[in-house]
Design a protein around this ligand. Structure first.
Ligand code: TEU
Ligand code: CA
Length: 589
């Protein structure tokens, strides 16, 4: 059923996802922390957006070393967020509105406060010892030279049993040992427990890191005291396909559920194996190529690199074309780990509103499931903190402490954090212009972006050129069109450094459509990704317009039948033409 995937119309291909980071969405009780009752208060708002699926970041019991990605009980809700009863109400409220719920699945690691780890570390012969990855010291040091994603060594020594445990992330996030069949079956049982409770799928955290190369080799060349990313020894590791197929078989099969894997270091060919093979291992995945476009490969995760629009086009084209009809894309420009989209890919000053809308057009007119991250729908921006005390994210804090040891100055470090810190996306949702943006009546766990008086849901709705209303319009347009969801993608004017333009073609849908008399037309999307006006010419339109007319644009005035005038800064236009014109065009040729 859900995993014959190829060529089939399925709800998770046609749905639009809205991601909620609960800690920062809405605080209902004044403790400064967003919570489930807070989300419940906003259900009408969410429904009003027209989205179909909610992805909720982790809400399980957690000491919050990594904001919920360190789970101490998979079967309960963290105290700050509420109770299981609140969660049931949320699910019920969403389902009543026809909105599905996808939960985060964090199974590469647990918290060190999870009972399994407490048992595991208690003695070498504890039955849970093998749920985690323990190794004896090597020459008095770590078992290998892998570096944690959050800086420093990926191993922590535990004096009680005289061994090290592996943690690819924080020291409070020990990696689970997926080689152990008992661990796997406990995880699958937990997944079924949530599915039986009524959820509609999982977003699978760092899912392609589960299988580590046996022997856990060091990265060469080794230098004492130096730690290096061990990616080649655990990304898409030797047993990953086997583990994921087993997961589909033992946890997902039999449920009408979607899965989206968070998979960095995956190219489109590998994505086909994950999402489109004979035994699909997930419905779709998050690829990272466009998330790396502005990072310096010679630097670290906080170092910027200049990039040009043709690079972005190449990445998107590669994914659109390779997966068409063979796998399934997901389209996102930001999430809780990434900078705000409008600050990163757009303009968050003079043209903020135009750029936010342009990026909306981009996300919602590609093939693949679109993801909207909370606040993106009003064009929220990065935050400009200037003291390390204002940051909360373990990733930024660890980076800071390690960099300070190496003698780097605050000035250079903060430039990186203002651009790349994950806290940029984690400042509270901006609801209105009252104190703390209407997020909390108490002290927020992380400061509200000081621009909340101008940028907030209420103010946006009051504007004539509202970003949010533009999103709603676009969402309606997307849902009304099989071409926008399933149509073929053709890049135009590849080298144009300012304009990203493409066709979505109804004649090559990636799915077989029942003959219900609906024939869908074509779309032409033209996006000026720059602060200057731009020229764009295409034969498609030059040839006497051939039925094209402009159906949506992000400037108040646009001329319906022409692209002959220049595009204004960050201008986005969608042209459409009915299927008959395509047929006519063909007959004439
Ligand atoms: O992120 C995994 C991941 O690869 C991140 O380290 C990402 O590359 C980085 O944040 C970009 O700066 C997932 C979760 O989304 C993240 O919030 C967790 O911290 C992490 O897993 C550990 O569970
Ligand atoms: Ca609260």
């Amino acid at each position: 059923m859900q995993h014959t995937q190829k060529n089939e119309r399925i709800w998770w291909k046609e749905g639009i996802v809205y991601q909620i980071y609960p800690r920062s969405y809405m605080d209902s009780n004044g403790d400064g922390i967003g919570d489930l009752p807070g989300i419940l208060e906003k259900l009408d708002y969410i429904e009003g957006l027209g989205v179909d699926i909610i992805w909720l970041n982790p809400v399980y019991k957690s000491p919050n070393a990594d904001m919920g990605y360190d789970i101490s009980d998979y079967y309960d809700i963290m105290d700050e967020f509420g109770s299981l009863a609140d969660w049931d109400k949320l699910l019920e409220g969403l389902h009543r509105r026809g909105i599905r719920l996808v939960m985060d699945l964090v199974v590469n690691h647990t918290s060190d406060e999870h009972p399994w780890f407490i048992e595991s570390r208690s003695s070498r012969d504890n039955p849970y010892r093998d749920y985690y990855i323990w190794r004896p010291p090597k020459g008095g040091r770590e078992p290998n030279n892998w570096e944690s994603h959050f800086s420093g060594p990926a191993w922590t020594y535990d004096a009680r049993t005289g061994e090290y445990y592996l943690h690819l992330f924080d020291t409070k996030q020990p990696d689970l040992n997926w080689e152990n069949p008992r661990l796997r079956s406990d995880i699958f049982a937990m997944m079924r427990w949530w599915l039986d409770r009524g959820i509609d799928g999982f977003r699978m955290d760092t899912i392609n890191m589960l299988s580590k190369v046996p022997g856990l080799p060091s990265v060469k060349p080794e230098k004492p005291g130096e730690y290096r990313p061990g990616h080649r020894y655990f990304m898409n590791g030797p047993r990953i396909h086997e583990f994921l197929q087993e997961m589909q078989e033992k946890a997902i099969a039999g449920y009408d559920a979607m899965t989206v894997g968070e998979t960095s270091m995956v190219d489109p060919e590998l994505a086909l194996q994950y999402t489109g093979g004979d035994k699909p291992e997930m419905s779709m995945l998050f690829q990272f190529d466009h998330m790396l476009i502005d990072r310096d490969p010679a630097g670290d995760r906080m170092t910027f690199r200049r990039w040009g629009l043709p690079e972005l086009k190449k990445i998107i084209e590669n994914w659109q074309i390779t997966l068409h009809g063979r796998g399934w894309n997901s389209n996102y420009l930001t999430n809780h780990d990434q900078p705000r989209a409008v600050s990163r890919f757009g303009n968050d000053r003079q043209y903020r509103v135009e750029a936010a809308k342009l990026l909306a057009v981009f996300t919602l007119t590609l093939e693949g499931t679109p993801y909207i991250y909370q606040g993106e729908e009003i064009g929220m921006t990065n935050v400009s903190f200037d003291s390390i005390d204002q940051y909360r994210d373990v990733d930024t804090l660890n980076h800071y402490h390690c960099a300070k040891e190496r003698g780097l100055s605050d000035v250079e470090l903060f430039e990186g954090y203002r651009r790349f810190s994950r806290d940029n996306a984690r400042t509270p949702m901006q609801w209105d212009r009252t104190e703390n943006a209407g997020f909390t009546s108490g002290t927020p766990w992380i400061e509200v972006n000081p621009n909340y008086k101008d940028i907030n849901v209420r103010a946006d709705l009051e504007r004539k050129d509202s970003v949010i209303r533009f999103y709603r319009q676009l969402i309606r347009l997307r849902k009304s069109s099989l071409t926008l969801i399933y149509g073929g993608f053709r890049l135009l004017d590849r080298e144009n450094p300012q304009v990203f333009a493409y066709l979505r073609r109804g004649e090559d849908l990636s799915v077989v459509v029942n003959n219900d008399g609906r024939v869908d037309g074509d779309y032409l999307v033209i996006l000026n990704f720059s602060d200057q006006s731009a020229v764009f010419r295409t034969e498609e339109l030059e040839k006497g317009l051939a039925g094209w007319s402009c159906i949506l644009g992000n400037y108040a005035e646009f001329s319906e039948y022409s692209v002959r005038e220049d595009l204004r800064p960050w201008e986005a236009r969608i042209y459409g033409r009915p299927a008959e014109y395509r047929q006519k065009g063909k007959n004439q040729q």
